[in-house]
Design a protein around this ligand. Structure first.
Ligand code: 1VU
Length: 309
């Protein structure tokens, strides 16, 4: 109880996430050893390609900032950064006070995908698939966090960087930024789950256009196809103007304002609706409903006789 399953390939059932209670959440992997997935072995292989970091700042406001930090390589993901990412996702899975998450890149650019130096060194299909499973697992768990997440896209989000934006609930694009699934130009397709998520976000027709054409998506086009949820205007000339991260946090506030259990419950019911067949989603909704019905926020709202004008 308290979790549900998906991925019945090879008759393996994988817990998706735990709903009750929020504390002591169990970490779960998308793949198991039956599919050749040994997380510790892959971690060790990835650590052989160091450089950069993925940094997590958890704030008292309940909104965390996750920064992809490798500016010398336009925030490309080294192997050790993939391990960092997975570790930071684990920390967020256990963050009971969390409500929101901003995912960004250091030095005013988002992420240029996987580090091509590492890619060259692990170009065997077997190793590539292991890296792919590791990143699919980390990014699926990122999207399934009971936090409302937004990718703050400044500069470029290329290849795996574009895939990372799809592992957030929302995407905010800064003026002049570009999201581009450049995989076709690299003789590849997305492997970090980016294609599957893109279809959910923009529909299969648009996904085919964006992947098949390796289209440069600027903010205008992003809004048009539904990949972007908002555009941040540059405001460098105004003294005291808020930074892009502050702007992203302000934008997110409309969804994260309120008690932690309620915000987390909202994300959970939406996630259930997005990932589960209807009957299972309805059951899950009932379970989550049970956690908020008669809970302090609900009782307080009833006592205050609030009107929704
Ligand atoms: C999952 C599949 C994948 O993600 S495959 C990887 C997809 N990504 C790419 O192919 C990105 C290739 N890089 C580029 O197109 C350009 O570097 C971009 C990002 C447009 C930036 O161009 P520009 O502003 O001219 O800077 P630059 O090329 O001089 O780059 C600065 C330094 O960063 C490096 N860099 C950039 N991207 C990567 C990467 N993905 N892996 C490793 N290094 C990368 C560049 O090589 C350059 O380094 P250096 O200064 O020459 O030492």
């Amino acid at each position: 109880a308290g979790s549900f399953c998906c991925w019945n390939n090879n008759r393996v059932s994988i817990p998706v996430f735990n709903l009750l209670p929020t504390s002591g959440r169990r970490r779960c992997c998308l793949y198991s050893s039956t599919q050749g997935f040994n997380q510790e072995e892959i971690r060790q292989k990835l650590r052989a390609f160091p450089g950069g970091s993925v940094d997590l700042l958890k704030q008292d406001s309940g909104v965390a900032v996750l920064t992809v930090n490798n500016p010398a390589r336009m925030n490309a993901f080294s192997g050790s950064m993939m391990v960092d990412l997975e570790e930071k996702v684990s920390q967020l899975e256990n963050w009971t006070e969390g409500k929101g998450l901003v995912v960004r890149g250091a030095a005013e650019t988002f992420c240029s995908g996987s580090d091509l130096n590492a890619v060259r060194a692990i170009s065997s299909p077997q190793d590539g698939m292991k890296m792919c499973m590791f990143m699919q697992d980390a990014l699926t768990r990122l999207l399934r966090l009971p936090l409302v997440s937004v990718a703050l896209v400044e500069g470029r989000a290329l290849g795996g960087g574009a895939e990372l934006t799809t592992a957030c609930d929302f995407r905010l694009m800064a003026t002049g930024s570009v999201i581009q699934f450049v995989h076709k130009h690299m003789g590849l397709v997305p492997g970090w789950g980016g294609a599957a998520r893109l279809v959910h976000i923009v529909g299969s027709q648009n996904a085919l256009k964006l992947l098949g054409g390796a289209v440069k998506v600027d903010p205008e086009r992003g809004l048009d196809v539904g990949l972007a949820d908002g555009v941040l205007e540059a405001d460098e000339d105004t003294p005291g103007a808020s930074t892009p991260v502050q702007q992203a946090e302000d934008w997110l506030r409309r969804y994260t304002e309120g008690p932690v259990p309620v915000i987390q419950a909202v994300k959970k019911v939406v996630l259930a609706g997005r990932e589960l067949p209807l009957l299972e989603a309805l059951r899950m909704e009932k379970e989550v409903f049970g956690t908020v019905w008669g809970a302090p926020a609900n009782l307080q709202a009833l006592a205050s006789k609030s009107k929704h004008k």
